[in-house]
Every structure is written in C-alpha cells, then in structure tokens.
Ligand binder design. Sequence first.
Ligand SMILES: [Zn+2]
Length: 221
Amino acid sequence: MKCPDCHCAAPGGSVCPKCGQRVPERETFGGQGTHYLYVLMVISGLLFLLFCVIAGGTDIATGFWTLLHSNWFWLYMVIFAAPTVVGLYYWILLREEEITITDEFIARHSHWGDECLLWADIVAFRRRILPFKETRLGRITGLSRFLTRRKLFAKLPPIAYELVGTPDASGMPRIMSLEPGTVDDLPWLLELIEERIGPPQDVSLMSDDATTSSRDDTEGD
Ligand SMILES: [Zn+2]
C-alpha cells in the first residue's frame, strides 16, 4: 500500500516511515454515479433558468409565473426533469460500484458482478484508448469530464486500463477492465496498482501520443 499523505510505499496497517501516519490496510473507490446525477441535475436547473429567461426576459420571477400559469406547464416540467431522471437511473446502476485494494488483491463489486484478482496472479497490466461511447455505460461516461476537479471542463483522456490475470478453470484469461469515467479517483487507484505491478503497457501503437498525455495528466495530480 501507500501512505495517502506522502505517497510513500509501506505495508498496509504499518506506520508510514516518512510521516508516521498509519497506512490503511485497504483503500476503496466508489463509482461515478453521484457525479453523473449531480451534473445532470445542474443541466435540469439550467434548462429551467433558460425557459424562465425566454418567458420573462431579465425578470426571471415573471418568467417563472408565466411558465407556471401556462397550459404547457406539465410539458416544461417533463423537459426540466428529464436529465435528472437519467441521472437517477445511472446513480441506481452505479450505487453498488466499489473497488477495493489491499496488499494481496484488487476486487470489484458492481451491478455486473463481482471480480477479484490476487496481485500474484496478474500477468499483464495494459492501457488502451477506449472512447467514452464504447464503454460499458456508454456516452454518459463523457460527463465525467464536466464539473470535475473544480473546473467546468477537465481534459480527461478516454483511456481504459486492463488487469489480466492467470486463466480461470475454463482456460479463459481473467480480465478486470477499468473503463474511463467509471472510478471516482482514478489517479490514486492507478498509483496503488502501479506500486504492486509496475506501469501499464500500451496496447495500441496508434495511440501513443494520447496515452502519453494521459500519463502527464495523471501524474500532474
Ligand atoms: Zn506518510
């Protein structure tokens, strides 16, 4: 494991040799469901404001009363609420998402099932370009770029990381894929993974430039 404060490598549960703080035995990472819900609620709010401005000009209160007494109020409500409803769907889908890391293993609990790999069983750590629209969750993961890191928009490259384990009983390699826009603190997660098994290998030669900039972004944190 690593000390969360000074990033010094030390066994989980031991005392950090640099700052003297106890190093956690396990680190857990949540999904991005709450983030998507938050961004989509902001979009709902902005739609509401936009309609009030259209109806009342600079006088937003008048615009609101105009909308409220309109025969089409129910339709406006559906339009305002739609992004929030989509956000709730993804929040429900991702609320169980959790990745756990210890000195022995990495495990993931999610809507799609449970996975666990011992570090000793991992034979490859790969990195490849994966556009947001091709992730398991689809285009919604692109929202992970918005209202993040105290910015309106953050340049987060669409990179997937794959941990490849020894084959299972049926002879198929066990692969845990960390897709872009799904983990809440990916830079810290990657740092902990790299401490155990080293840096990832690029899968596609075509994507060298993009992946290099991804490393810079990650390391810049
Ligand atoms: Zn420390």
